[in-house]
Design a protein around this ligand. Sequence first.
Ligand code: ADP
Ligand code: NA
Length: 344
Amino acid sequence: AAGRVIFSGIQPTGILHLGNYLGAISNWVKLQNEALPNDEILFTIVGWHALTLPQNPQQLSASRRDMLATLLAFGIDPKRSVVFYQEDNLCHVELSWILSCITPLGQLRRMTTWKSRLAAKRNANDESEVDESMLNAGLFTYPVLQAADILAYKATHVPVGEDQTQHVELTRDIADAFNRTFDPEKKFFPLPDVLITPNRRVRSLKDPSSKMSKSSPDSSSRIMLTDTFSQIDKKIRGAVTDSIQGITYDPVNRPGTSNLLSILSACEGVDVEEVARRYEGKGHGALKKDASEALEGLLKVPRAEFERLRLDQTYLNAVAKEGAAKAKERSQTTMERVRTMIGL
Ligand code: ADP
Ligand code: NA
């Protein structure tokens, strides 16, 4: 039987935080490690997508290398997965252009990612919302580039977070439009499915009502994957909890306490309710101490591997080059067929 083609991308945002690892990278590693022999897996670092927001070129260049080092250090194996920089395979932009010519503008306007850009305030003092003239065209069309990323490999399964599921639905619509327009058999591109991965939302250590994020100005609200044990320990000690006696898992009423329990549960790979039962008669001090130590256990080896890899540019370049060659090879036949089908 034909295997799945699993495809996902991540932006080169530099050093990742614990939320990125537990919410995204760890799911990729699990998918890779549990893949069947016929499955093909591709993970790409999407530099073109990063350009939709202002970037410092030196910083971007360093961030993409750090992202590759992170993926490798945390368990993505280039022997089992095709790991590459998006911008090394020009097919993505070629296909993106072709697909943009069969995508109705109205469909892009319906994307909640676009609507939330429009709904953003100009700045804290100004209540007026931004309008289209203030946003670049890439922010509007990048869901088509995402569709091209996926369809260039005829991907069947796309592991993404819930904020991206609408883009996979758009990809299905675009694939279907292409099939109906250009393929007499109407089945050239498979319609990809979102691969639902366990939702492990990590919360801010300082404001547990919101998620852990790189954009919070308070850096003690997040654990970075490069944090040393003493940095981890300090941040976990400073994590906001509550004054309720004892430990219970209750995300609605006790978000801070529950966040620490779910971090500990993720580190240990043990069900969170089971972890909570162990702390029934204990206090936050014990929970925090164990959470810090479990995080150190999780991060220690990959952190050292990351620090080693990011200095080994020769190796990183070799991995990227091999990944790009495999990615191009896998998209080549599809792109040749596409060109023929559209008459170019
Ligand atoms: P950030 O919110 O820090 O800007 P991104 O938007 O760059 O992070 O997200 C990159 C990936 O990490 C996405 O797959 C996203 O769903 C995941 N992710 C980000 N923050 C968290 C979090 N706090 N908990 C779980 N997953 C997260
Ligand atoms: Na974000």
